[in-house]
Design a protein around this ligand. Structure first.
Ligand SMILES: [Zn+2]
Length: 396
């Protein structure tokens, strides 16, 4: 009886240990198994469109093409999706849109909608970089004939992607940068008004206006009277995964009769210098949308960075002219309102950026106007309409 009881206890003990071990192993495996996607991006190099997925570890994946219409599908195991990019694929890429979501309990599916017949040239892992991220790379080209990567099963038998999230339909992120601040007052206007004060109140008004529309997520580089370096302003936009960066300023000039707003984008000439400087930095591959540069020669590197920046510059210019169209009639503009310069604050390789001089503090009328809430409101509304037009045009 006692012996039997003892045996019984022992078996309970054993099962408990067994269960505990089982629990520990399972949870350990689970933690280890968890796949995390921390970033995604596109790159275009000649005829190749590259899609890069940042992962915490090398993961088994399946990548294939389905037709009618042409799509590239990438299946990953169950995934914690932490990627925040909501940028549309670049204009010259083979992809027009993308989405992702849980396809089956253990499969996370990414679907890239192609503009044309498409094939997967190759897919491979780049060795983990300094941050420890593994990068799964899918290189795609236009298909000549039947794609090699075509999934044999017909798509009619495939279940539709469930709970998909249209990444490209996420709210665009806008970073508004109030120029100057803290020890740097910027221009001092007629009547003693500081540029740093006007830029901040205008930036706040823009934020309020854009957020009220419900269509944008807006961040300000500064919300107080503090000094920020230009690089800090750019880095802030990167950290926030900005889709557009807008820096607000108010000009001052000797000629006190000059008034009106102007919009600056980065010029070709200064951007070449930026490209040069960037090419020298180590982390260059991460700068241009995942086009891996590790084994490219210096000259090609320069060209690639230049291309990435040119695409950004084109978008910036496109927006600048859209904005000027909306501002025209609403507020006074300079005679040649679209200007090009090498402002450091505009030198983001992959975020379209503009700098707006909303007027001249050296002009009595402008100085009086620029501090008015009614003016700032009118300006913000024009900006909102321009952003709407811009992001609408980016969807196609
Ligand atoms: Zn300024």
């Amino acid at each position: 009886m006692i012996k039997k009881h003892f045996l019984h206890l022992r078996s309970i003990f054993c099962s408990a240990v067994f269960l505990m071990l089982l629990f520990l192993t399972t949870s350990a495996t689970q933690a280890q198994d968890k796949t995390i996607v921390s970033g995604i991006r596109f790159g275009v190099h000649k005829e190749v469109t590259r899609f890069v997925i940042d992962l915490n570890k090398k993961t088994k994946h399946d990548a294939f093409v389905i037709r009618n219409p042409y799509r590239v599908v990438i299946d990953l195991p169950k995934t914690a999706w932490q990627a925040q990019s909501n940028l549309p694929p670049p204009k010259y890429s083979l992809i027009k849109n993308y989405r992702h979501g849980a396809f089956k309990p253990n499969i996370h599916r990414i679907v890239l909608d192609a503009k044309t017949s498409i094939d997967i040239k190759k897919s491979f892992y780049l060795p983990a970089n300094k941050t420890g991220k593994h990068r799964l790379v899918i290189d795609m080209v236009e298909a000549k004939g039947t794609p090699k990567a075509l999934r044999k099963k017909t798509i009619t038998k495939t279940r539709p992607v469930q709970k998909t999230k249209r990444v490209a339909n996420k709210k665009p992120v806008i970073v508004i940068d109030a120029g100057h601040g803290g020890i740097d007052p910027g221009a001092i206007g007629v009547g003693g008004v500081y540029e740093k004060k006007i830029t901040l109140s205008t930036a706040k008004m823009i934020k309020e206006t854009l957020e009220k529309s419900g269509r944008y997520t807006v961040y300000l580089t500064r919300e107080r009277d503090i000094y920020l370096k230009l690089k800090e302003r750019r880095d802030f936009a990167h950290k926030k995964n900005a889709d557009f960066f807008i820096s607000i300023h108010a000009d001052s000039i000797k000629n006190k009769s000059l008034r009106g707003a102007s919009v600056y984008t980065l010029s070709e000439k200064s951007s070449d210098k930026v490209a040069e400087a960037l090419a020298k930095t180590e982390n260059k591959s991460d700068l241009i949308a995942g086009v891996d540069l590790s084994d490219e020669v210096q000259e090609v590197t320069n060209i690639l960075i230049d291309l990435a920046q040119r695409e950004t510059m084109n978008l910036s210019s496109k927006f600048a002219s859209m904005l000027l169209k909306k501002l025209k009639g609403d507020i006074k503009l300079l005679r040649t309102p679209h200007r090009f310069a090498g402002f450091a604050v505009l030198k983001s390789v992959d975020i379209p950026s503009i700098l707006i001089e909303i007027g001249f503090l050296s002009n009595r009328n402008d100085a009086r106007l620029l501090i008015k809430r009614s003016f700032q409101k009118k300006f913000s509304q024009s900006l909102l309409r321009a952003l709407d037009t811009y992001f609408e045009s980016q969807k196609i």
